[in-house]
Design a protein around this ligand. Structure first.
Ligand code: PMP
Length: 461
């Protein structure tokens, strides 16, 4: 056999059916095979080191070598390596984790249960809402409102709630889903419209949408406090203050999707605290276990808990759950991750390094390729434009985001292209020096790309 065929890269290409991967780049550059991690860095199988500017998929918030998480996992594997939460059974770590997340919730929450992912958590909420409304004599209340550019997951309903074009590949969204406007003022506010006027208009449009769909058919409204996979889109400061009264007027529950924001990403424990969102149900994942175990959580307010409990009485149970939901090892890891984030100073550390991170990010707004630099806490995005004035994006053929990411990777920095944006979400344990390294690398990358002849030709000035 030829040596090339034995490489991990060629074995990968021959055997692995890729999820969410840019196939032209993969064909050209091949996959990156990551072998180990240390702090905020990962190392590929050739020993090359990369600063993980995205914490994996936003989730490895405590980095790649936190011994305390491995230690609690080991201890839990030794005592009870797996169990479930069906038929009234449970394990101590799952109970303790429910207590802990409830005690930390941004608004009072009554009870919680666990899933293996953010998608499953959102999917579970939809079933919960449908069960509640049906039991309350309103079985026609099945429509879910989401927002353009939202990301809520990859399972059938969670993908339907995702306001991205690509869900059409699957004939989605399901007919129950209706889309409200995206609260990104830089792209969608009208010329001269203030942030507050834009937010007020979105709330009016939401009320119009609800009326047009018939309020008695709406089951719930899903919203990330800050849209993550949409490209780190922060709503106007008064967005939720305008939108929430509309939902309340029609008795529509607000579901806060904290999968990315929750447990520290924004510099506060919850995204809701940054944007004034008052959810009736909260969904979390990712940072809850610092990515060391697949884990999702659903928290219910007292009212939603009581309504769900009443509704499940007709069936003598909530006929829903996942084999590994509330896995004792995942819950033990999550308890420790939350302890490290909240009690061991990591959240405070994020608060300390975030201003520098945001300052370096907004410095890049003056770069020729950058239309908008935006972010909060340790999440940020650069919107790349061919023309700063018209905010015109580059032609897709230039694959500008992929180019930036590939050039960064060649310099030992992993970042993620997302549509016309480049997204940053480094681990919470980053040092000031690593923040500096991240942005000086990124700045060099942008200079290089801007100097490439076809990119130069594609720019208006
Ligand atoms: N909600 C949000 C806001 C997300 O960002 C994601 C994943 N990035 C999900 C839900 C889905 O989570 P998972 O990939 O764990 O299913």
């Amino acid at each position: 056999m030829k040596p090339a065929l034995q490489s991990w890269e060629s074995r990968e290409l021959a055997s692995f059916f890729h999820t969410f991967s840019d196939l032209p780049s993969l064909a050209e550059a091949g996959p990156t095979v990551i072998e180990r991690g240390e702090g905020a860095y990962v190392f590929d199988n050739a020993g090359r080191r990369y600063l993980e500017g995205n914490s994996g998929l936003w989730n490895m918030t405590l980095g790649f070598s936190e011994p305390r998480l491995a230690e609690v996992a080991r201890r839990q594997y030794d005592s009870l390596p797996g169990y479930h939460t069906f038929f009234g059974r449970n394990s101590k770590p799952a109970i303790a984790l429910a207590e802990r997340v409830l005690s930390l919730a941004p608004v009072p929450m009554s009870r919680a249960f666990f899933t293996n992912s953010g998608s499953e958590a959102n999917e579970s909420v939809v079933k919960l809402l449908w069960m509640i409304w049906a039991a309350e004599g309103q079985p026609q209340r099945r429509k879910l409102i989401s927002r353009r550019n939202a990301y809520h997951g990859a399972t059938v309903m969670a993908a339907s709630l995702t306001g991205k074009d690509y869900v059409r590949a699957f004939g989605l969204p399901l007919p129950e889903v209706v889309m409200a406007g995206c609260p990104h003022a830089w792209r969608f506010a009208r010329p001269g419209e203030s942030d507050d006027a834009f937010a007020a208009r979105l709330a009016t449009e939401l009320a119009d949408l609800i009326e047009a769909e018939d309020p008695s058919t709406i089951a719930g409204f899903f919203a990330e406090p800050i849209m993550g996979a949409g490209g780190v889109l922060l709503p106007p400061e008064t967005y939720f203050a305008h939108v929430q009264p509309v939902l309340r007027r029609y008795g529509i529950p607000m579901i806060g999707d904290e999968v990315i924001c929750g447990f520290g990403r924004t510099g506060k424990l919850w995204g809701a605290q940054c944007v004034g969102q008052s959810p009736d149900i909260i969904v979390a994942s990712k940072s809850i276990s610092a990515g060391y175990f697949p884990m999702g959580a659903v928290m219910l307010s007292r009212e939603m808990d009581e309504r769900a409990s009443a509704a499940s009485r007709a069936w003598e149970e909530f006929p829903h759950g996942f084999t590994a939901g509330g896995h004792p090892v995942g819950c033990a890891i999550s308890l420790e991750a939350i302890r490290i984030i909240v009690d061991e100073g990591v959240l405070a550390h994020v608060g300390e390094i975030a201003p520098g991170f945001q300052r370096r990010l907004s410095d890049l707004a003056s770069h020729a390729l950058v239309g908008e630099a935006r972010g909060i806490g340790l999440m940020g995005a650069l919107d790349l434009v061919a023309d700063k004035d018209s905010k015109q994006s580059f032609s897709g053929a230039l694959r500008i985001g992929e180019r930036v990411a590939a050039s960064a990777r060649a310099r030992g920095l992993i970042i993620r292209p997302l549509g016309s944006s480049i997204v940053l979400a480094p681990p919470f344990i980053l040092t000031d020096g690593e923040v500096e390294h991240l942005f000086s690398t990124l700045s060099d990358v942008l200079d290089d790309i801007a100097a490439q002849p076809d990119v130069k030709a594609g720019m208006s000035r």
